[in-house]
Design a protein around this ligand. Structure first.
Ligand SMILES: [Zn+2]
Length: 379
């Protein structure tokens, strides 16, 4: 084992609640995700007691900085009753197909939110923090959205502010636009917001023309986005923007649904794209919080997010996984999805995907240039 006992080592925030919690057997979030990352990271010798913190469940009062008391109460009642009234469904968007009532409908999001509040404290002390259960970027103050009940990225950012950090950079590389986070910080002149997401996909927000108060950079990208195109976005837009912004802290929402094998989007990245973005941001950030997000193929999300923890810890990604780690991946199933029927061997034996390079399309180049031109105005 290679536990790093250095007090400045990155911190992993997790919890066992995610291991068996499911949104229901037909829901995209029926698969384990965070527990896979914990198991793989431990099997690789990358995670031990010294750098693991259990997420504390947030008390409702700690969440009223952003969420309405009525909504928080509705979530707790839904967990107690296992059902919601029509009025609650309509008003708070819980008990729907997308945001179902499930056994941990309050405890699970409250644990994720508590992890993000803790992350804000730890990051403000100068730590790099990884909270893969976080990144629930579609929740609004008074309602759920897109599988998200509480908006833990917003809560993390408010926690950073309470802990004395003013200038923030929020970067979201999930396949979906972070409508809830933009609702929270889209008009905040001290928060740079960059989102790259698939064009013309739910929630259909995040237009390239959105500016907020000059702080919002939305880059909708076409289907089939490849690693070469993402590298252009990273090097010509994302990194220069962050560098010029000089944030006190960077928050990276690292949704794993923009990879080729994900069933919910049509982008075609390999996990190398995510890891390279993180590696570059590490050189720009005195303080860094990495959150999870989407990701609906149990193998691709487990491999991608474990690699994120490896990159944060400057570990070499092994070409072939040790037997114990391979066993973690072989034990996963993907019921109800054709991708689970005959998984390719490299989903069991490796973390790193083969790169998915390709031509850089003119529409990608043009969109990057359009946003670059805006940056010139303030940089
Ligand atoms: Zn997503």
């Amino acid at each position: 084992m290679t536990f790093d006992l250095d007090s400045a080592a990155p911190v992993f925030i997790g919890h066992e609640i995610y291991r068996h919690s499911s949104y229901g057997h037909m829901h995209p979030l029926r698969i384990p995700r965070v527990s896979t990352v914990m198991d793989l990271s431990r099997a690789l010798g990358w995670l031990g007691p010294a750098n693991f913190r259990t997420a504390p469940r947030a008390k409702p009062e700690a969440l009223t900085h952003w969420h309405s008391a009525d909504y928080l109460q509705a979530l707790q009642i839904a967990e107690r009753d296992g059902a919601v009234s029509d009025r609650t469904r309509e008003r708070h968007q819980i008990g729907t197909h997308t945001n179902p009532v499930f056994p941990e409908i309050w405890r699970r999001p409250a644990t994720t939110a508590g992890g993000s509040l803790l992350a804000g404290e730890l990051v403000s002390q100068g730590r790099y923090v990884y909270h893969p259960a976080g990144g629930t970027h579609h929740a609004f103050p008074d309602r759920a959205g897109g599988f998200c009940y509480l908006n833990d990225p917003v809560l993390a950012m408010l926690s950073l502010r309470r802990n004395g950090l003013r200038r923030l950079a929020y970067i979201d590389i999930d396949a979906h636009h972070p409508d809830g986070v933009e609702h929270g910080f889209g008009n905040d002149p001290d928060c740079l917001m960059i989102s790259v997401h698939e064009a013309r996909r739910w929630p259909f927000t995040g237009q390239i023309t959105d500016r907020g108060v000059g702080n919002v950079y939305n880059l909708p990208l076409p289907r089939g986005l490849n690693d070469s195109e993402m590298a252009l976005v990273r090097d010509d837009l994302m990194l220069p923007l962050v560098q010029a912004w000089q944030p006190d802290a960077i928050i990276l929402q690292c949704g794993a649904d923009a990879v080729e094998e994900d069933p919910l989007s049509r982008l075609s990245l390999s996990n190398n794209a995510h890891w390279a973005i993180l590696a570059q941001l590490m050189s720009l950030a005195p303080r860094l919080l990495v959150l999870g997000g989407g990701g609906y193929n149990p193998w691709s999300v487990g491999r991608l997010w474990t690699g994120i923890w490896g990159v944060l810890n400057r570990q070499d990604i092994p070409d072939r996984l040790p037997a114990e780690a391979e066993g973690v991946l072989r034990a996963l199933t993907f019921p109800g999805n054709s991708r689970g029927r005959n998984p390719p061997d490299h989903w069991f034996t490796t973390l790193r995907d083969a790169p998915r390079h390709g031509p850089v399309r003119e529409e990608v180049r043009g969109a990057v240039q359009a946003l670059q031109a805006r940056k010139m105005a303030w940089a």
